[in-house]
Design a protein around this ligand. Structure first.
Ligand code: AMP
Ligand code: MG
Length: 354
């Protein structure tokens, strides 16, 4: 057993995401079927995978990440027939959702079978499952012939990894293999939708928006705990209660219309600098040339919020490399994918917003 102080030899393997080389996939799949851990790219963020049916293998994920024991894992599958041994009951609307959004960034919560280890679900009676839309992930699952449990491949609490160097920074020496398959696309984690009750409920906003879901479902609700202001409500998704996505620097979000945001950020920046702080500004394509500061990073284009989703975690990590003391970040409009972006930003900032 790997204790906390022992290191593992981590093999780095580069695989072409458009045409995954079969010999390399087989090498990675063997690690999974032998009970090891492999970090691999998906269309959302990099995942740290292990055989979902093997308690010992799953334990290695928790150890490598330093993940809280009660935070359940998402199981990744490559074929809907794999649901049979994992879920007790497939509600009618699940078929519609799977047809429309799988493979893709939608995780569904089902009632689970006894075959799913308690270690995966944190003792819950439900299990989270998704089919990733990424060639390397799908081929790895197919060739290991196993469902693969895979949380984000970062140290717990850090921003999720969107390229292999993020994974290497966090997990080198702690996992058996890291597959380098380039940058992920969506950049934020999957939407978690609970379909085990009467009304489908979003437990975590993500790559699939509520508008997307309402195209095929008559009713969808948000879990009340998604709003950070409701701190007394216990989230249904255990992961949502933890500090998350956090850079080492403090972070503060400034909201309002774009002009107000720029003015406020310039003022704050001067105040913090006067206190001797190294300030980072997270700007957008529309605003970056308005600031006078050495540490401005452009997270994306306000007209195309997908670009902001895709770059957010990378930009947070780059601010840490620049050793800034505080990140002042522009809020984005809370609609469409902007809801998921702001959910991650608020957690990164510990709720600090003006
Ligand atoms: P990660 O894979 O690190 O992005 O985290 C997985 C997320 O899915 C966490 O927020 C978990 O709390 C959530 N999750 C996994 N399984 C369940 C479940 N059975 N019920 C509710 N939330 C879950
Ligand atoms: Mg995570």
């Amino acid at each position: 057993m790997k204790g906390k102080n022992t290191t593992t030899l981590t093999k780095i393997l580069t695989i072409d995401p458009s045409h995954p080389e079969i010999d390399k996939i087989l090498e990675a799949a063997k690690i999974i079927s032998d009970g090891g851990t492999v970090a691999f790219p998906t269309e959302t963020v990099y995942g740290l995978g292990a055989n979902a049916l093997d308690e010992k293998a799953i334990e290695k994920i928790f150890t490598a990440k330093g993940r809280p024991q009660d935070n359940p894992l998402i199981i990744h599958i490559s074929d809907v027939t794999q649901l049979q041994e994992l879920v007790e009951d497939i509600p009618q609307h699940a078929y519609i959702l799977m047809e429309k959004f799988w493979p893709g960034p939608l995780t569904l919560i089902f009632k689970r079978t006894n075959k799913v280890p308690d270690r995966i679900t944190g003792g819950l009676s439900t299990v989270a499952i998704r089919m990733p839309a990424h060639n390397i992930a799908l081929e790895l699952i197919r060739h290991s012939q196993l469902p693969i449990a895979a949380p984000s491949a970062n140290t717990s609490g850090k921003p999720s990894p969107t390229n292999s160097s993020h994974v290497m920074n966090d997990l080198s020496g702690k996992v058996d293999m890291i597959i380098d398959g380039g940058n992920t696309g969506v950049g934020l984690e999957s939407t978690v939708l609970d379909i085990s009750g009467d009304v489908p409920t979003i437990l975590r906003p993500g790559g699939i928006t509520i508008e997307d879901l309402l195209d095929v479902l008559p009713k969808v609700e948000y879990d009340k705990a998604i709003e950070m202001s409701n701190e007394n409500i216990i989230p249904k998704s255990p992961g949502q209660k933890y500090k998350h996505y956090s850079p080492d620097a403090n972070m503060i979000i400034v909201k309002g219309n774009v002009e107000e945001i720029v003015k406020k950020i310039m003022k704050l920046c001067k105040e913090y600098e006067a206190q001797g702080m190294n300030v980072g500004i997270m700007a957008t394509k529309q605003t970056f040339d308005k600031y006078e500061n050495d540490n401005i990073l452009v997270v994306g284009d306000r007209s195309f919020p997908e670009t902001i989703a895709s770059n957010l975690f990378n930009v947070l990590r780059r601010f840490d490399e620049k050793k800034v003391d505080i990140i002042i970040a522009e809020a984005v409009e809370e609609k469409g994918i902007g809801i998921a972006i702001m959910n991650r930003m608020k957690k990164a900032a510990g709720g600090k917003m003006i």
